[in-house]
Design a protein around this ligand. Structure first.
Ligand code: SAM
Length: 354
């Protein structure tokens, strides 16, 4: 067993967003190391003090962030692994991680803890079996009490098993980072906030820039953009979506003008926005009115009209082949997993080549 320093962290993100999450982590001052499937490892330089830790909780493209506690090897797929896991859990040095988390929120010295377990590949045991093995080992060595209900836990221990290797972390925040308290209203096809944030990260959205989401749904992109300090505005053709996005952005404590409109004919002046980010309607989640190719062509022409010369556009769709711009070119494209599909986020600007 290798016990690692409390300054080693790892983020968990959506498939396809690893590089974008790594970019954001570097922007937050972390030194990015290994980038694995749905995971980004990093080091925080120096001691982890509250003033260095607290900003990390604003990492927007990560589903969650963990202090790396240990790496184990030799975890077989047979049920004998459960006893190995219990023994390894008994040797875990969790107190340094508890001390780090206590800098961010009040936690009992003998906290209630939860365990989350994920594994890749077939095994003769379930994630519930893994949780029990870890819970028993940790309870025996620390005297802390296990709870199956993560909502009442002061500390969450997370285990990932891939092949014969396991990674153990302790969640830095009280709740997973992807959970945003502002997002009370949902709409069909509504984005997970870290995916919305990834569009903005790809745009390299700056404080004060004017950002438009012309088909805003429940307003996730708008809320994320305004929280980053952009001057966001948006709209939707559906009155219920407009109400939902107004409510969510209000919950987020940001002021965002949101209108009922048809994005094919926007009530906006030529060259009036710096950036556009949009999760376009596509047939799987949100039906398109009329012919799909024509709808996309009209939408692209309108987006290009309202964009300033030199502006940037980040669009998420499973139909990027239908996106046609006169003066904008593809700068970057990433495929992600979403709603059981593999849509792409495409970044357009005035120069570049995908
Ligand atoms: C995939 S959803 C957007 C979800 C949003 N990003 C979120 O996180 O909630 C697509 C949205 O496009 C809207 N829409 C469809 N056709 C439109 C049009 N012609 N003009 C404006 N909005 C439209 C739909 O009503 C739907 O809310």
């Amino acid at each position: 067993m290798t016990t690692l320093s409390a300054t080693a962290l790892f983020a968990v993100t959506s498939r396809g967003l690893e590089e974008i999450c790594a970019r954001e982590m570097a922007r937050f001052g972390l030194t990015v190391g290994e980038i694995a499937y749905r995971r980004v490892h990093a080091q925080a330089s120096g001691e982890l003090r509250p003033q260095h830790l607290r900003p990390l909780l604003a990492l927007s493209t990560a589903d969650d962030l963990f202090l790396e506690v240990s790496r184990w090897s030799g975890i077989s797929h047979t049920r004998a692994a459960l006893e190995t896991l219990r023994e390894l859990a008994e040797q875990l040095a969790l107190r340094p991680a508890l001390a780090v988390c206590t800098q961010l929120r009040p936690i009992d010295r003998r906290p209630l803890f939860s365990v989350t377990a994920n594994f890749v590949g077939r095994r003769n045991y379930s994630s519930e079996d893994i949780k029990t093995a870890l819970a028993v080992g940790i309870e025996a060595s620390t005297g802390w009490v296990y709870t199956p209900d993560d909502r009442e836990a002061g500390l969450n221990v997370r285990l990932f098993i891939e092949h014969e290797n396991a990674l153990v972390g302790v969640r830095l925040a009280a709740t997973p980072l992807h959970r945003r308290s502002y997002k009370e209203e949902q709409r069909p096809g509504s984005l997970k906030p870290p995916v919305a944030a990834a569009l903005l990260e790809m745009l390299a959205l700056q404080v004060g820039e004017r950002l438009l989401d012309p088909c805003c749904g429940a307003g996730t992109i708008l809320a994320e953009a305004a929280r980053r300090g952009a001057s966001a505005q948006g709209g939707d053709i559906d009155a219920e979506a407009v109400a939902a996005s107004r409510s969510n952005t209000e919950n987020a404590g940001v002021s965002v003008p949101i209108e009922l409109w048809d994005a094919r004919s926007l009530p906006l002046a030529d060259g009036s926005v710096d950036c556009i980010a949009c999760n376009l309607p596509w047939d799987r989640q949100v039906a398109i009115d009329g012919d799909e190719a024509e709808f996309y062509a009209q939408l692209c022409a309108e987006m290009e009209r309202v964009l300033v010369p030199g502006g940037r556009v980040a669009l998420l769709t499973s139909k990027p082949e239908l996106l046609t711009f006169e003066g904008l070119v593809c700068q970057e494209q990433v495929e992600i997993s979403l709603f059981g599909q593999r849509p792409l986020i495409t970044l357009y600007g005035s120069k570049g080549d995908c």
